[in-house]
Design a protein around this ligand. Structure first.
Ligand code: CTP
Length: 476
């Protein structure tokens, strides 16, 4: 099989890939894989949009929105740890987002990366010494602390965090942190034992109370052999995204004060202690809606069946197994202003779940009698007192999409239905994209169908949340 070296591609293609991957939060290699997959699955090849934006105004909004992004500058303090090598990538990620970066290296950091490499990537002088006559004659540490929009510390070592928590200022990095009047983002990285040590726990708590932002650490293998646990520094792309979030002007929060309840994922219906009935739902669409509603300011509870997705930040996630568990947890989470039922709930379960693993016997196949599961959407839609003012269902169909979705909206008694074709050839179940049709009721209760173009599940979520916000505004 031939291999592809991204470094050797045309500059225009590389720039396009960098922009696209940064926008989608993927590595360039992952982005190439997604493009190839989409192409093979029949989506139009991306050549139409290959023309690079020529003026800053034409560049994607995410990179240029608001005064902070576009003119922002970051003082990046690189602490001494093996994760310091990732900070070099972080410089690139920040610069891709049009953020100027000035680096400060602690003495220990210089054991891992050189000032020269940080300077080559940032195109700026690198600062290392509190007593550098070249910069300290005019209080350079104060300028580094104040002449920026954000200070990022990556890796934030246990020692740097302890110094910050105690207010020490005996080197350039700690002096900058003490003199700062700008937001500070820490990306901690250390051995799991150090992270879990009572002293570090106290320092983390103190720093959080002091209003310091933190990203990570995450769990994984350590550089030390045979060690694993929580302590790995977040990836450069995640730190850059967190920095952009802090720098970006506050987003509108049209769902502030609203409670949103969402179901997502499949359910597993046990046959015996080791077997279950399931379906191919990945939960991605429901999780994306939860994240979008949270970003719009809502208080979000997500009741999810078994999926391999991370909890969206700021969302209360309740993990369940079966349809009956899901119904109980949904009922317990009421009242809500908006309920969105994106879960692919199993319609049936076995009438008598085996207490022990079912065995093959000479008597032949075990009889599996099925009984119907409760319909969560219909149950909540038909509540008298606690019915949320806006109830939205999904319709997963493989034929006669609109016809079946119309029947479903009437049968279930919900207000809207998001209908999607889940036939295997669409790749919707488990995939990253969705083509949906939104069925709503107009003022005289007639059903209106809006067909949306193919979008990522995140885009579908954002559109749906925007539509919900508009409707809620009208209602109030
Ligand atoms: N739903 C639910 N509880 C169930 C079955 C479905 O809450 N036991 C919800 C889904 O979350 C979705 C909507 O009902 O919002 C429609 O689900 P779908 O799987 O499309 O349809 P079903 O109701 O299962 O009907 P059918 O299998 O006949 O298409």
């Amino acid at each position: 099989m031939a291999s592809l070296t991204i470094r050797k591609l045309d500059d225009a293609i590389k720039s396009y890939l960098r922009l696209r991957s940064a926008k989608n939060g993927r590595s360039v290699e992952e982005e190439v894989r997604v493009i190839l997959r989409e192409y093979c699955e029949g989506s139009p090849a991306p050549t139409a949009s290959l023309t690079l934006p020529s003026t800053p105004a034409e560049r994607p909004a995410v990179q240029r929105t608001g005064p902070a992004i576009g003119q922002a500058s970051v003082t990046l303090i690189i602490g001494g740890g093996i994760a310091a090598f990732k900070s070099l990538e972080l410089i690139r990620r920040l610069k891709e987002r049009h953020i100027d970066v000035r680096c400060v290296l602690t003495k220990a950091a210089q054991q891992f990366v050189t000032p020269l490499s940080a300077s080559a990537l940032s195109h700026e002088r690198v600062y290392t010494d509190l007593f550098d006559p070249g910069s300290e004659f005019d209080a350079g540490h104060i300028r580094l602390a104040r002449e920026c929009d954000l200070i990022v510390v990556a890796p934030a070592t246990a020692d740097l965090m302890a110094k910050m928590a105690q207010g020490h200022a005996d080197d350039l990095a700690s002096a900058i942190l003490l003199a700062a009047n700008r937001p500070i983002l820490l990306a901690p990285a250390m051995n799991p034992l150090m992270w879990n040590n009572a002293a570090t726990r106290r320092n983390v708590l103190q720093l959080r109370r002091d209003g310091i932002h933190m990203i990570g650490p995450s769990a994984g293998e350590m550089a030390e052999s045979n060690e694993a646990g929580v302590g790995r520094m977040s990836e450069a792309i995640e730190i850059a995204a967190a920095a952009v979030d802090i720098l970006r002007p506050p987003r509108p929060r049209p769902l502030a004060g609203k409670r949103v309840l969402i179901t997502a994922g499949p359910t597993h219906e046990a046959i015996d202690p080791v077997r279950y009935i399931a379906n191919r739902s990945s939960g991605k669409q429901g999780f994306a809606i939860a994240a979008a509603a949270q970003a719009a300011g809502a208080d979000v509870t997500l009741v999810s069946g078994p999926v391999e997705l991370r909890d969206p930040p700021g969302v209360t996630v309740i993990r369940v197994e079966s349809a009956r568990d899901m119904l109980h947890r949904v009922e317990a989470a009421l009242p809500a202003d908006i309920a969105i039922f994106a879960a692919a709930v199993a319609d049936w379960r076995v009438a008598h779940e085996g207490e022990q693993k079912l065995k093959k016997t000479s008597a032949g196949m075990p009889p599996l009698q099925l009984v119907e599961n409760p319909d969560i959407l219909a149950t909540i839609s038909k509540l008298q007192d606690k019915r949320p003012p806006l109830v939205i269902g999904f319709a997963a169909e493989t034929e006669q999409l609109i016809h079946n979705a119309k029947a479903k909206i009437a049968r279930k008694g919900c207000d809207w239905i998001v209908a999607n074709d889940v036939s295997p050839e669409t790749g919707v179940m488990g995939g990253d994209r969705n083509t949906v049709h939104l069925l709503t009721r107009d003022d005289d209760n007639k059903i209106r169908v809006d067909s949306w173009p193919v979008m990522t599940k995140e885009q579908v979520a954002a559109e749906l949340v925007a539509k919900i916000a508009k409707t809620m505004e009208k209602k109030s």
